[in-house]
Design a protein around this ligand. Structure first.
Ligand code: HEC
Length: 180
């Protein structure tokens, strides 16, 4: 009786510590995986190809840094997000910020310079007349007060973000528009 009882105690202690070891591994494993895979992925989130966009209508290219695009995203969300979140145009779904729609505008708006120009003096989609009285711009910053704090470099970064976003997000940028 006695020997059996004595050996049972250490055995259950071994079991308990084994269970504890497994539990610890189960806790640490996801953390370890997260560090292994999320770390490098976050460090190089966007490829140089995704960060390279036309700077002017003649097709000259510029490569933004991730930091610039992130600053551009912040400025865009603050100044343009209420109407253009995700690259759509809430009150006019036909004139979104997706690359195809920008390219078909007159003049074409699918370059950094053309977008900066739009933020200074926006025009109707056919380029016929200025819409600065109804669209936020530096020209109308007396009405659209959010435009007052933006300088030329801010406009450049916002334009960079508008052009990089679809290369990162794909068709989600612009509302996953369906072309007929
Ligand atoms: C109050 C709502 C509103 C805000 C804020 C706003 N927009 Fe717009 N945006 C519009 C509307 C509406 C149109 C469509 C204009 C038209 O009918 O041509 C438009 C059109 C545009 C276009 C033309 C798109 C194309 O395909 O030709 C660009 C570029 C643009 N906006 C950029 C911006 C940027 C950059 C900001 C922030 C600095 C901004 N908008 C802030 C409402 C807004």
């Amino acid at each position: 009786m006695a020997p059996l009882f004595r050996s049972a105690a250490p055995l259950s202690a071994v079991c308990r510590s084994a269970v504890r070891a497994i539990a610890r591994t189960l806790l640490i494993l996801p953390l370890a995986l997260l560090i292994c895979f999320a770390g490098p992925a976050a460090a190089a989130q966007w490829s140089p190809e995704q960060l390279t966009v036309p700077v002017s209508p003649d097709g000259t290219l510029v490569t933004f840094s991730e930091k610039e695009v992130k600053t551009g995203r912040k400025l865009f969300n603050e100044s343009c997000g209420t109407c253009h979140a995700g690259g759509i145009t809430k009150t006019n779904q036909n004139v979104g910020l997706d690359p195809e729609t920008l390219a078909l505008a007159t003049p074409a708006r699918d370059s950094v310079e053309a977008l900066v120009d739009y933020m200074k003096d926006p025009t109707s989609y056919d380029g016929e007349y200025s819409i600065s009285d109804v669209h936020p711009s530096l020209r109308s910053s007396d009405v659209f007060v959010k435009m007052r704090d933006l300088d030329d470099d801010d406009l450049r970064l916002i334009a960079g973000y508008i052009l990089v976003a679809p290369k990162v997000q794909g068709i989600q940028w612009g509302g996953g528009k369906i072309y007929f």
